[in-house]
Every structure is written in C-alpha cells, then in structure tokens.
Design a protein around this ligand. Structure first.
Ligand SMILES: [Zn+2]
Length: 390
C-alpha cells in the first residue's frame, strides 16, 4: 500500500497542473488553485482558493502549537507562499494525506485565536484563515462560518467522517480466554457492534467494520480496509490477557517503534503474532519507503492519533471507566501501521482479571463504554467544538 501512495504523490502534481485549468465538474474532487498570504496589520492571514466546493476541517495541535486544515475530496495545484520571517507562523507545509484528502499545516510560534470562513462563489470557494495572537485558552476551535454570498448547492454535500472499528481476532484466532471461558474475539465483536450503535446517534459519522462476524482477518488487511475506506480514524478493539492477574482497567495504545514499557512490548508481540494463523503471503510488512511527503504524512498522523488517544483517556477517566496506571501507552502494533490513518488500539480491560472479565462480558458495561467512546470520536470528528488537550 505504501508503494501505491508513493506513486500517487509522484504523479499528482503533473496531473493537477493540467486539471487546474479546466472547469470543475460535479463529482470531481475539488482543487486548491491558489494559496496567498493576505496582508494585515495584526496577525496572520491565508486565503485559499478552491475550484469546487470546500468544507475544510480545522484541527488544532499543541506542543508545538499547530493549525491544520483538512480538505476532503480535494487535490492541490497551488504553491505555498513564502512566509519567511513571519511573527506567528514559523513553517507552512502541505501534502496529500489520503487518496483525495489534502492537508495544510501551519506550525506556530505561539498560541493564537483561529478563525475560518468559507465563502462559496459560484463553482468556486474561498477559505479565509485568520490567526491572531492569543493565549492558550483562545487556542480553541471556532464555529466554521459559511458565508452564503451566492446560493449554491455546492456546500450542502459534505463528506462524512469515516471511522473504522476493528474488533480484534476472529475465526481460528480466539485471542485471549478468561478464567470463566470468555473468548476475547467474541467480546471485541460484541463491543464493536455496541459502539457502532452508539455512533449511529451522531450525524455525519460513517462506521465501517473490519469484521461483523466470526472471521479471521490478517493484521495488514485490517489496516488496508481502513485505507480503502478513506478512514479518518481507526479504533482497534481488544481485551487481552496478561501475566499479572491483579492488573485491571483499560489502556489506550498508539503506534511507536519503541514500546513505552515492557508490558506494552509484550502485548504488541502477542497481538502481532495473530498473523501466524495467516498464510505466508501476509507474513511481511510492506517495505518502508523513505519519502519526505510520506514522512510528513506519518508525523501528522501520529500527532492526530496521539491527540485522540489523550482525549479518549480523559473522557474515560471522567466517565469513571477503570484505567490502568499510565493508561496512554505505545508499542509497535502492526494493525496501527497505516501511515495516513490516525489509529489507536483500545484494550478495554484484561480477561486475565476476573473482575474485568465480568465487566467485559456485561452488555450494560459495554454500552456505557461505547457511549463514552462514541462521544470522544464525535468530538474528534469536529462535531462539537473542543480544543486539543495534552
Ligand atoms: Zn487482542
């Protein structure tokens, strides 16, 4: 899959140079045709001209402060302006982070108060981003305003936020087994369905499941499903066993080459061995390709995964879901390796602990956790205003 993306990066600019000069037709991806810095006495301004509809998503990240604009179903044929020496914006980068998702990232020197307006104009749109110096409290998502200067249908159709739910294990691979015989693969699937139901309450969120029955799916294929679905987020669901019977509570894992601790490394090794059930053709990781844009995409994907993981931990804590010590951990989970899909792995609890086993098989407990997780996902999807919070 990495190879395909690499080819895409290489070819897109050529293809776009031609496409930008022809009129935009309904159903085609939108095209960013110009990015200009708007002069202003105070703060920083960027105007982004788009051929076709534009519905950018504003993402805020801390450490360092960054503002990202994600455009779904959009390609870019514009150069970045030279912003050298700007007081607020240190660095401006852009690239494709999916087959047709374009991202613009501004690295800031300090906290700002962001504002964004989208003005449709016939078949085109102009996105105006304005940043004013502000304190950390001001660094929060504003309501994106759409100025309907010309009544068009273009801004009505918005792409849903796609979340891929991945119930771990399945088929020949049972996963862990509890003292009372509870099978992890069944817990993961039941919870996946409960979460899908909980997410149905949020408009604009589309759920794709990697499995809906007791089927074995190799790890790389799970990540591939997320990429094919154009996922904005992937949540892999597990309830494993560990050597320490007393240990209980949930953990949120993100991907890292070096594990945060030995327990996490052990768990990732167990999870990654799930592919022993698969044929040899699944036995290898895709070859690593070192390309500056792939690295850029990977870094931003990691930042988004981290952002969601921290938010989820905070939401579970305030929802009184039991967590292990240091519940935000990381390890080299193979299933989380899609370079362009923010992904986390949730260990809901441990089947090796009798109390956790009791919770994990309880439909009521599952519904409670599903409601919390669904709200976190909806918040990450930008359905409610909220700031990143490490
Ligand atoms: Zn598992």
């Amino acid at each position: 899959m990495t190879i395909i993306r690499f080819v895409l990066f290489a070819l897109v600019p050529l293809f776009l140079a031609a496409a930008a000069h022809s009129a935009h037709a309904a159903g085609d991806p939108s095209i960013v045709t110009a990015i200009t810095q708007s002069p202003g006495k105070e703060g920083f301004g960027l105007d982004i001209d788009v051929e076709g509809p534009a519905k950018p998503r504003l993402v805020l990240l801390r450490n360092p402060y960054r503002v990202a604009l994600d455009f779904d179903e959009t390609l870019a044929a514009a150069k970045l302006p030279d912003i050298a020496g700007d007081k607020l914006v240190k660095d401006l980068r852009h690239g494709l982070v999916g087959a047709d998702r374009y991202r613009l990232i501004l690295t800031l020197t300090r906290a700002v108060r962001p504002e964004m307006t989208v003005t449709p104009d016939g078949r085109a749109s102009r996105v105006a981003l304005r940043l004013k110096p502000g304190d950390d409290d001001a660094f929060a998502l504003p309501q994106a305003t759409v100025t309907a200067s010309v009544a068009t249908k273009t801004n009505e159709a918005t792409r849903p936020f796609v979340v891929v739910l991945d119930p771990g294990h399945g088929g020949i691979d049972n996963g862990a087994t509890g003292e009372k015989g509870t099978e992890e693969k069944a817990v993961n699937l039941a919870f996946g369905k409960a979460l899908r139901d909980a997410l149905a309450k949020f408009s604009g969120v589309k759920v794709v499941m990697t499995r809906e029955d007791d089927t074995f799916i190799p790890l790389n294929e799970r990540a591939a499903i997320a990429r094919r679905a154009g996922a904005n987020l992937m949540v892999s669901l597990h309830a494993d066993s560990i050597r320490y019977k007393d240990l209980r509570g949930a953990t949120v894992y993100t991907l890292s080459e070096k594990a945060s601790d030995s327990l996490s490394r052990e768990l990732a090794d167990v999870e990654n061995s799930a592919d022993r059930f698969a044929g040899p053709e699944w036995d290898q990781d895709a070859p690593e390709i070192h390309d500056i844009l792939v690295d850029l995409v990977r870094r931003e994907t990691e930042a988004l995964s981290e952002h969601f993981a921290l938010q989820l931990v905070a939401d579970m804590r305030s929802g009184e879901i039991r967590l292990i010590n240091n519940p935000k951990r990381s390890a080299g989970f193979r299933v989380l390796r899609a370079p362009d899909v923010p992904s986390i792995l949730l260990e809901m609890g441990y089947l090796s602990n009798p109390d956790d086993e009791q919770d994990l098989k309880s439909a009521e407990w599952q519904r409670r956790l599903a409601a919390i997780l669904a709200r976190s996902i909806a918040e990450f999807a930008g359905r409610t205003p909220a700031a990143a919070n490490p």
